[in-house]
Design a protein. Structure first.
Length: 414
């Protein structure tokens, strides 16, 4: 008979636990087994949840359940409770985060007695924690390894902190959005709030689409399937939230909305083959390879490079567009600088640019940023003047060299 509560546990062997390239701990449940001592004391247990990696279904990212902190009144009662949102155990990577004292106070790495008013010890000292600084390119898009970690963090926030019960992002209150923005544990440009929330919104929508496709759509025709049972892969999803989510997704109204979106997506062809680094990472790679400045890289180059096969060449539908681009560039139909949204890529694709985005440039780039639109005429003229000045200087240098050559020939002849 035990004097203290114990748990019998399954263990993942050392080959099934690792840290990925972004510093997150992931486990492989295919390597479960029991060791010689499968029992642990209840005081040693810390509840966690696992977020399935959509890129590898065998792996799950380790996350921690919400911590609670109680506000004691003058009489010592705990009627008022402050509950904190889901957070993630990223403290094991000392180079990942630098959190304030309140966070370390309420999110201790080791649990303590719930009746105790004192916090438990932290896993890292304040001096060991370094907050990652996000760097941006000239168009304001995050770049580098830190940007990839930020993107992963935004995905975890989107899954665990934004309820799936919202029908659309428009229903998410400003208070919730501000909370998401304040929760970003990186040094980011204060001006990037809109950009960060857009990224979280997209990842939240993708997560809901994934849940629908895997746990509702694929099982809806199975009479034995219990659609209202939350997926065990995501224990942070509340039962009541999952029930609301499923109830909405099986309606005729949703089916019509889904079909409309599917038809719209069918027009999206020639998809890129970029990794998570996206177009911003591709631009950096080209800059390093060629020595060109960011503004010197045309989007036609990016569009073609982003669709290259690993073995070289292109798919048939992409090859057709690539040939058109090459033909237009050889013919000289477009100058080096195009004022307006109609350039070589627009002509080759045969469709006009849409509002809010620029093809071949990736996320967060707007037409106003990339193209020389009326509001940017001054900037356009400055760029054009610089190009003209460079050409004039080059011509003057060439003329001077020619004069020197003629003089040298004359002197040699005499």
């Amino acid at each position: 008979m035990f004097s203290n509560p114990v748990f019998m546990c399954d263990w993942v062997d050392s080959r099934g636990v690792k840290k990925d390239d972004l510093g997150f701990t992931v486990v492989n449940f295919d390597r479960l087994g029991q060791k010689s001592e499968p029992f642990v004391l209840a005081s040693q247990v810390k509840q966690v949840f696992y977020v399935q990696d959509q890129q590898d279904e065998n792996l799950h990212v380790v996350g921690f359940t919400p911590h609670r902190m109680y506000k004691y009144g003058s009489n010592g009662e705990t009627d008022d409770m402050l509950e904190f949102d889901v957070t993630f155990d990223l403290t094991q990577d000392s180079a990942l985060l630098d959190l304030d004292d309140d966070f370390w106070c309420t999110h201790s790495a080791s649990d303590h007695d719930e009746d105790s008013k004192q916090r438990g010890p932290t896993t890292k000292t304040k001096a060991n924690k370094v907050k990652l600084v996000i760097t941006y390119n000239k168009k304001g898009v995050p770049v580098g390894k830190e940007a990839t970690k930020l993107s992963t963090f935004e995905g975890l926030v989107a899954r665990t902190m934004v309820p799936i019960t919202y029908d659309s992002w428009l229903e998410v209150s400003e208070e919730v959005r501000e909370g998401l923005w304040q929760y970003v544990l990186f040094v980011v440009d204060p001006k990037s709030r809109k950009q960060t929330l857009q990224s979280i919104r997209k990842k939240w929508r993708n997560f809901k689409h994934y849940l629908h496709a895997k746990f509702i759509k694929n099982r809806s025709k199975d009479p034995k399937a219990n659609l209202f049972k939350p997926p065990k892969d995501y224990p942070f999803i509340k039962k009541e939230d999952w029930k609301v989510f499923v109830s909405h997704r099986v309606t005729k109204k949703w089916e019509e909305k889904s079909m409309k979106a599917k038809n719209t997506h069918a027009h999206h062809k020639q998809n890129h083959r970029l990794s998570r680094k996206g177009y911003a990472g591709l631009i950096n790679d080209i800059m390093q390879e060629t020595g060109k400045m960011e503004e010197e890289i045309d989007r036609t180059v990016l569009w073609k490079k982003a669709r290259e096969l690993k073995t070289g060449g292109y798919d048939a539908d992409v090859k057709t567009i690539v040939d058109k681009i090459d033909e237009l560039q050889k013919s000289g139909s477009f100058g080096e600088v195009t004022c307006g949204t109609h350039d070589v890529l627009t002509e080759a694709l045969g469709t006009q640019e849409q509002r809010g985005r620029v093809r071949g440039m990736g996320k967060f780039i707007t037409p106003q940023q990339y193209f020389y639109l009326p509001k940017n005429v001054k900037y356009y003229l400055e760029i054009e003047n610089e190009r003209v000045d460079k050409r004039i200087n080059k011509l003057e240098d060439d003329l001077e060299k020619l004069k020197r050559g003629v003089l040298n020939v004359s002197e040699a002849a005499s």
